[in-house]
Design a protein around this ligand. Structure first.
Ligand SMILES: O=C(O)CCC(=O)C(=O)O
Length: 314
């Protein structure tokens, strides 16, 4: 069966276990990406911090300098970034789009550390680099306290990439489809998803490598994924690490994909596993035509600062 035919694209989320040994974690990620390829996936996703324990004390130690888009026509220098080299090789060997979860990045420019996602295309080209925009600084009494900003710096831009023609030398009906990328806590910010779903990005699929926890996961993970899908009428895929009770931070798991109708079309539990779904763009158009909220917006009403000024003036 063709998996990028018609108006449909097969995507897979790899809910992998993160081993504290980076080499083992990379080998395990490779194993699961290859399983996703066997399932016919053309766009494959890894979770947040898939090569490093999600722990601020680990980020500086695991951080690598990463390439920027436009600088990797040649193979990534694996002596500089082992992780980028592995991701690039996998994308090229299998002719897939690979959203490489996220990893701690040490910027060669300012030595700051970012939580960064690299996306490679089917030719091994680096298509996108997203630095997490919203850092996870929270304090939930009796639940979880975490402060990414103790060691991480925040990115300052939105990220999307487009699928090109000719995956596997087949004409790709999804050429031009734009995919937006955010990282974990970024999903809590509706304006960010909406900005990616509007021009000039016009993303129809939003991907969030994430690692919710045992306090906020059960409460908010599915709700946020479905909400971002429904309010923007887009597909949303959110990919978590598998739950590991021996880790200092226990990931919730439950990677899932939601449709523009706001329903979950594929999901898993907390174990190491794959989530596979066909993203049907005809379905997206049906939803947008049936309930045309994107055309019915009234931004002039929502601009409350301007409204207040107008009311004062009259
Ligand atoms: O928003 C949440 O509850 C979890 C966010 C998180 O774990 C992260 O940003 O890494």
């Amino acid at each position: 069966m063709s998996t990028s035919a018609g108006n449909s694209l097969r995507i897979a989320l790899c809910q992998v276990r993160v081993d504290p040994d980076k080499r083992v974690a990379l080998a395990n990620a490779q194993h699961w990406v290859e399983r996703a390829v066997q399932e016919g996936a053309k766009l494959v996703v890894l979770p947040e911090c898939f090569n490093c324990p999600y722990d601020t004390s680990c980020f500086p130690k695991y951080a690598e300098p990463l390439p920027r888009p436009g600088t990797t026509a040649a193979p990534c220098d694996t002596s500089v970034s082992e992780t980028a080299g592995v991701l690039q090789k996998l994308a090229r060997a299998h002719g897939i789009y690979l959203v490489g979860g996220s990893v701690p990045e040490r910027s060669p420019d300012d030595q700051r550390i970012y939580n960064t996602s690299l996306t490679f295309g089917p030719g091994g080209e680096l298509l996108a680099r997203h630095r997490k925009v919203h850092l996870f600084d929270v304090d939930v009494p009796g639940g979880i306290r975490f402060r990414e900003s103790d060691v991480l710096s925040a990115g300052d831009s939105l990220t999307s990439f487009a699928l090109r023609d000719g995956i596997d030398s087949e004409p790709n009906a999804n050429a031009g489809l734009r995919v937006g990328v955010g990282i974990c806590y970024d999903i809590r910010f509706p304006e960010m998803a909406t900005a990616m779903a509007r021009e000039p990005h016009n993303a129809k699929l939003l991907i969030y490598p994430g690692a919710f926890n045992m306090t906020t996961g059960p409460a908010h993970w599915e709700l946020l994924i479905r909400a971002r899908a429904l309010d923007n009428q887009v597909f949303v895929g959110a990919c978590s690490p598998a739950r590991d009770l021996s880790a200092t931070y226990t990931a919730y798991g439950h990677s899932m994909i939601a449709s523009p109708w706001g329903e979950v079309i594929a999901r898993t539990d907390e174990r190491e596993s794959l989530v596979v779904a066909d993203i049907d763009l005809n379905r997206l158009e049906q939803v947008r035509n049936a309930i045309p909220v994107r055309k019915q917006r009234r931004p002039e009403v929502y601009n409350t600062a301007q409204k207040a000024a107008e009311n004062t003036a009259t």
